[in-house]
Design a binder for this molecule. Structure first.
Ligand SMILES: C[S@@+](CC[C@H](N)C(=O)[O-])C[C@H]1O[C@@H](n2cnc3c(N)ncnc32)[C@H](O)[C@@H]1O
Length: 239
């Protein structure tokens, strides 16, 4: 895969196997080669394009969306507040479009990340996204996580589903002591019910509001993304 950026900053994620039709003309497939990565190439109308190797954030931005996905700021917070790294053992549920799974799998690689999903149509969307992003260390399990977690000795379990409190007892068995159970919920009622179900965990709940600035006029953009969700970080301190 290749990432093309035009003079206006528009991005195109392409395979490189066929000509690319853009707002600024056609780019011939033969120009999309490894040797040209890092260089600028031209369309048939002589408009300039930057050719880059795409990274995980490009794949996430361009991923196909099915159910509501988690935002990058919330993904980043999960990684930052749990300290996961290459080799960490992670289970995620539900998969949805697979955005959080991709973000975390990129960090824990080469360790495998397991993600649970009950709906085959959503699993199919996620599978397609994983395939495109070249991540090979994700396993989708067609399983209801409320029925239990097969994996053991986990560093992190992430939940983005309606009734996270139903996973707490399973998570206690599956996590190592010191590991984290993290739940992302749009409503504070869900977060409170989850919090009330936590025993043996140390926890904190946060909400992250992010404001982007327009540096041409040096003020915040007037349209901002408001509330997304609450994140509860629960660290298992005793089994
Ligand atoms: C909001 S989406 C998750 C989005 C995902 N975090 C992402 O970043 O793309 C919630 C998903 O959880 C799945 N789900 C709901 N309950 C589940 C359960 N008990 N076990 C496994 N998956 C479940 C739903 O089918 C849905 O695909």
């Amino acid at each position: 895969m290749y990432l093309l950026i035009d003079e206006k900053g528009r991005e195109y994620l392409v395979k490189g196997t066929s000509d690319v039709h853009t707002n600024y003309g056609v780019i011939k497939a033969e120009k999309l080669r490894k040797e040209n990565v890092g260089k600028t190439i031209e369309s048939h109308t002589r408009r300039r394009f930057f050719l880059l190797e795409p990274g995980i954030l490009d794949f996430i931005r361009k991923a196909k969306r099915g159910p509501q996905t988690i935002t990058l700021k919330d993904c980043a917070l999960i990684a930052g507040y749990t300290g996961i790294r290459s080799g960490s053992r992670v289970v995620d549920a539900g998969t949805g479009s697979g955005i959080l799974a991709m973000f975390l799998a990129n960090i824990v690689s080469p360790e495998k990340l397991v993600t649970y999903e009950i709906r085959e149509d959503f699993a199919e969307i996620a599978r397609e996204n994983f395939q495109k992003s070249n991540l090979r260390n994700i396993e989708i399990k067609s399983k209801n996580i409320y029925d239990g977690i097969d994996e053991r000795n986990l560093d992190l379990i992430t939940l983005d589903l309606a009734e996270p409190w139903r996973v707490v007892e399973h998570a206690k068995e599956a996590l190592k002591v010191g590991g984290f159970l993290v739940s992302y919920s749009p409503s504070i009622e869900q977060s409170k019910k989850f919090y009330d179900a936590l025993t043996g965990f140390q926890s904190e709940t946060v909400e992250c509001l992010l404001r982007n600035w327009d540096m041409k006029v040096v003020r915040p953009y007037s349209r901002v993304l408001g509330h997304t969700g609450f994140l509860t970080f629960a660290r298992l301190i005793e089994k």
